[in-house]
Every structure is written in C-alpha cells, then in structure tokens.
Ligand binder design. Structure first.
Ligand code: CA
Ligand code: CA
Ligand code: CA
Ligand code: CA
Length: 607
C-alpha cells in the first residue's frame, strides 16, 4: 500500500481517491481508541513536552485551552462558524489564538489567550479555504497558509498579499494540518483523510508525493500535531468528537495512542501548540458537607476558626463544630420578617471576634425595613444590642443582603434599589439614598455612608484587596458581575449589563461596565456572587472569583490581572448544575462553599 500511494501520488488529487476503498476497512480495525478507560487515567502523566491543546466551540464562539498541568482557560473569541488557529504571531515563543472567517477570508489574530479584540487582522484566502498556521521559513514566527482543493498557498507575513509559494498536495476534501515532522525547524503540511483515517506527511513545501503515511484515527476524527515528547519533532494527535477525547501519539507511526485524555465536547475544533506557562484554572469538584438546613443563604467563620456558621433565612445561625455536630448559635426569628426576598440576609463576624465577641447581622424587620445590628456574644439578648443602621424599604424585593468587613476595617452592606421593577423608586443613580449601593458602616461611630452606587440588587459581594467583586441581579436581560472601587457608579438603571437602558443618558454616564454580563434567560436568571478564592487547598485557584446563578446553578470563575480577565472557566460540564444556589460561603481558612436553598451545602475541592 505505501508504495502504491507513492507511485500514484505524482498526481495526488486524482489518485488518492483510488485507494480509499481499500483502506477504509483497515482504518477501522487499526483505529485508535481500544481500551480507552485505562488510558484516560494516564492523562495526568501525559508527556506534553511544549505542547498544549485547545478547542474552539463553533456553536458558542468560545475557546477552551488546556495547559500541560491540566488547567483550563475558557474565553470568547471569534464567532460561530469561524475556524480556529493557534500560532506564535509575535515571535515570543508562546502560541495564541486566531480565527479564520471562511465567509470573508479574514484572519483575526490575538497575541494573548483571553477575550478581547483582534491584535491584528488581515485578508488572506477565499471563502471556503482552510487555514493553516506554521513557521514556513524557520524564522521563529508563525504565519498563515491556506489550503484550497489540493493546493497549498504559503505566506510568511501576517498581512494581505500574494502567496510566497504554492504547491499541490492531496485531494479536495482532505483536512490539512501543519507541523515540523522531521525536527528541522520548518513547518510543513500533512493531510488527514477523515473518511479513512489515513494521514499523509510531506517534509518539504513543494509538490510531490507523501514522504510517509500511516493510519491514525477513525472517520471524522480531527488531527493536530505537537511536540509532545520535547524532542523537537511534531507528532500527531486526534480529537474524536464522538467521545470528546484526545488520542496522542508520541511518534508518527501506525500504533495505538500513547496517551488518551478526555477534554472537550462534541463538535468542537482542536488546536495544539505551546501556550507557555500554565495560566488556566484547575479542575474542581463538590464535596457535600451537610444537608437539611432550612433555606440556608450564607456561611462564614471567624478567621482561623474550625467551626462553620450557616445562616438560615428565617433568622437562625447554625454552628457546625469541627466534628460535624450542629447547634443553634443564634436565633432572632422573632424579630425577622421572612417572606419572599426578606429574612436574615447577611452575617459577619468582627475581624477581632476572638477578643471582642462582636458580630453583625443584616435582616428585614417585622415592619419590612432593613436593619443592621451588632451583637456581643457573651451578652446576647434583645436588649444587649446596638442598631447600626435602619433603612426604610419601599417594596418587599431588592433588599440586598451581603454584610462583610472590608480590608480597611469598615463594615460593608449591599442594598438593592428599593424594589419594584426597573428601579421604580429612582434610587439607582440617586446618591442621596443608601439604596441601590454599597454602604460603608463605621462600627466604632455607627456612621454610615454611600460607598458605591448604581446597583440593582447586590445580593452578594466580596472584597479582595481594595477591589469589590459584586454579583448584581439584573432586570430582564443581563445578570452582572462587576469589579470596582470606592466611589464607583455601576450604571443601574441607565445600563443593564453592557446594554443601554436609559436612552441619551448612556452617552454621558461615567459608569463602570461589568466584567461579565450573563444573558437572561439563556444563561442565568439571578446571579449569585461569590468569593475570590484565597484558601490554600487549591493553589492554582488563588485569586479566582467564583460565582453562580440561583436558577441555572452553573459554576463559573475568572481571574483578573490589571483589570483584565486572564483566566476563565465554566466548570458546570464537569461538576454539574446545582439547584437554587443561594450563596457562596468562606470558612475561617479561605476555603469556599456553595449553598443551595434545598438545604445542601457543598465544599469546593480540587477535582
Ligand atoms: Ca506569541
Ligand atoms: Ca515564519
Ligand atoms: Ca520540518
Ligand atoms: Ca516529538
């Protein structure tokens, strides 16, 4: 068979068709993938060399890149229907994403693996061409070639222009790939015939017969190449859409995969390359630590304390001892109004609780108004307390909730816009009310002031350094996650997410846009803000903000650097959807928990 192909492939377009019928049966027999279960377990020992993999989901326009340590970064770049590329466009040794738009022949390059606009764009090729990334001249920089019906058009510059060279290789319908198969520092072209699983390789950029070929994969597999073994030469891997697995071969020979790992889903397009130092977010899992709580909506603990304190909406705080024993720590159900969005909504220990035994609650009183109250544990009783803040609530909804000490020692409270719909009471942009904002309370003097505003219902927030991460529940179209500082205006109701909701005012308002806007109802209906992870059990999660949604129950997170999202992930496909996620919680050591209104509490652990 090999000699037959070589003899005939002087005119490969015509003659490669002739051998298809012969090799179909062989390819099925030799296809990779036998006994995958034992090989999936080996993913952790994958010799990746300098090679990482990525997948582009053409349905959503979302990328998922997997670093060699197994961590993953997901981000939107490109639009449905684009073809993905990965290459070193700026010659810094790290590969980044690009999109080829088949409808226009435009290439859109990014020099970083994160959401954003193209760093460079240019036109090369025609509609229906297939793009290839490679270093065709060995200068250490990748550029884009295109494959068109059995002809390859090489270009060494990232700009619009004519091909530097072209040559014939393969048949119309073959799927081209590129790689440095002989380790000479020059990328050349291979062809994968999906219908048969036969791959053809060429080591020079000119017309001619395949230098070698072998069977790898099964029909509909998608091929990538990478230097998995760090010996300077690229070898093949395939992504199998039918099982969402990569099958990696350490040599360009016909053999079973050296390693198999699960990554991705369905009809996604694979890439491979050198993503540089791992910057992705690690696998996570839920570990249920308790159930049977009554509408739990918060969890906290004093720093360094082994106990957990669970807030139940009706007005109870349940203490969970280190051995799991539960007891009632605190009960103010008699003074809490608990219906709809009302209840005991926030709870915070004083940073010096160990010495002064002070703690703080935010609840809706029996008149339906907001109260923030201080208690001292040793003197607990209705008369032993100090009311720090009372705010009249014009409606039963949008009462905010979160209560947390900031790093500056002040106590912060999230308050909604007063309720109704679409800011009925006009509080979002009114700086003369505490409603619709983040309120700063000086617990020493009892003074309160508006610290940030333009919020609809900041149910949960978290301070990290001098930044606040806010989950702000949206109206009809967009749930928001925003990050800001003192004095910021988050835009409600002039903006909902990035969307203008206030006509001409949108042009002049100096509002902080959200970091993420989550489409309602497609992705979520009521965002549940979380925490920036500062625990120690999952080091690779450090600095990541995690959040969810009360209705859709996803688990998402991102990490910022200089205000930009540099790592992002949606763990829902691996951890599953939860029901009625009411809040996240943080224990005395910075580990995080997810609370569901169905009474269950789960700890976030390494996956
Ligand atoms: Ca680069
Ligand atoms: Ca080059
Ligand atoms: Ca080469
Ligand atoms: Ca290699």
């Amino acid at each position: 068979m090999p000699s037959l192909i070589r003899d005939l492939s002087r005119d490969p377009v015509r003659n490669m068709f002739r051998v298809i019928a012969v090799i179909v049966a062989v390819a099925v027999v030799l296809g990779v993938g036998a006994d995958t279960s034992s090989r999936v377990a080996r993913a952790a020992e994958l010799e990746t060399g300098n090679t990482d993999v990525g997948l582009f989901d053409p349905g959503s326009g979302r990328w998922h890149v997997r670093y060699r340590d197994g961590s993953i970064n997901s981000f939107y770049y490109g639009t449905p229907g684009d073809l993905p590329l990965l290459g070193d466009w700026d010659c810094d040794g790290t590969d980044t994403v690009a999109m080829y738009r088949p409808t226009s022949g435009f290439v859109y390059l990014r020099n970083s693996n994160q959401e954003g606009v193209a760093d460079r764009e240019f036109f090369y090729g025609l509609a229906s061409d297939v793009p290839l990334a490679g270093d065709w001249d060995g200068d250490g920089c990748d550029s884009v070639a295109i494959y068109r019906n059995g002809e390859v058009f090489i270009r060494n510059e990232l700009s619009t222009g004519v091909a530097d060279s072209s040559f014939f290789f393969g048949n119309p319908g073959d799927r081209p790939f590129a790689g440095d198969f002989n380790g000479d520092g020059i990328d050349t072209v291979g062809l994968y015939r999906e219908s048969t699983g036969l791959a053809y390789f060429r080591n020079s950029l000119d017309s001619g017969v395949a230098d070698f070929e072998f069977f790898y994969g099964a029909p509909s597999d998608r091929i990538v190449t990478g230097d998995w073994t760090a010996d300077g030469a690229d070898s093949v891997a395939i992504f199998r859409p039918s099982d969402g697995r990569f099958y990696v071969s350490y040599a360009n020979v016909q053999q079973e995969a050296d390693v198999v790992f699960a990554f991705g889903d369905g009809d996604w397009w694979p890439v491979a390359g050198d993503l540089g130092e791992p910057r992705g977010l690690p696998d996570l899992a839920y570990e249920e630590i308790g159930s049977g709580f009554s509408s739990p909506l918060f969890l906290t603990a004093p720093a360094g304390d082994q106990r957990l304190f669970v807030v139940e909406k009706a007005g109870r705080i349940i203490q969970i001892a280190a051995d799991g024993t539960r007891s009632t720590f605190f009960d103010i159900t008699a003074i809490v109004s608990d219906n709809g969005e009302r209840g005991l909504l926030g709870f915070a220990f004083h940073p010096a609780f160990g010495e002064n035994q002070l703690f703080y609650v935010h609840y809706t009183d029996n008149a339906g108004d907001t109260v923030v109250r201080e208690y001292r544990l040793a003197e607990f009783g209705p008369s032993s307390t100090r009311i720090l803040l009372q705010v009249d609530q014009p409606a039963s909804n949008h009462n905010g909730g979160m209560l947390q000490f900031g790093p500056d020692g002040f106590l912060y409270l999230g308050l909604g816009d007063g309720g109704g719909g679409n800011d009925t009471y006009g509080n979002g942009q009114n700086q003369n009310t505490l409603l619709g904002g983040i309120v700063r309370i000086d617990v020493a003097s009892g003074a309160s002031s508006l610290w940030a505003y333009g919020l609809r219902n900041p149910w949960r927030f978290d301070f990290d350094g001098d930044s606040i991460y806010i989950g702000d529940v949206g109206q009809n179209s967009w749930e928001e996650v925003s990050v800001g500082q003192k004095g910021d205006n988050f835009g409600w109701p002039v903006f909902e997410g990035f969307q203008c909701n206030g006509g001409a005012a949108c042009d002049t308002l100096d509002a902080v846009p959200p970091i993420r806007a989550i489409a309602n109802p497609d992705e979520g209906r009521s965002v549940t803000g979380g925490f920036v992870y500062r625990g120690s059990a999952i080091p690779a999660l450090q600095g990541t903000f995690l959040y969810s949604d009360f209705v859709s129950g996803y688990l998402r997170g991102f990490r910022l650097e200089a205000g930009q999202v540099v790592a992002e992930r949606d763990w829902t496909p691996s951890v599953g959807q939860l029901s009625s996620v009411s809040s996240f919680g943080e224990d005395g050591f910075g580990e995080l928990y997810v609370l569901s209104f169905d009474g269950r509490i789960r700890k976030l652990v390494a996956g």
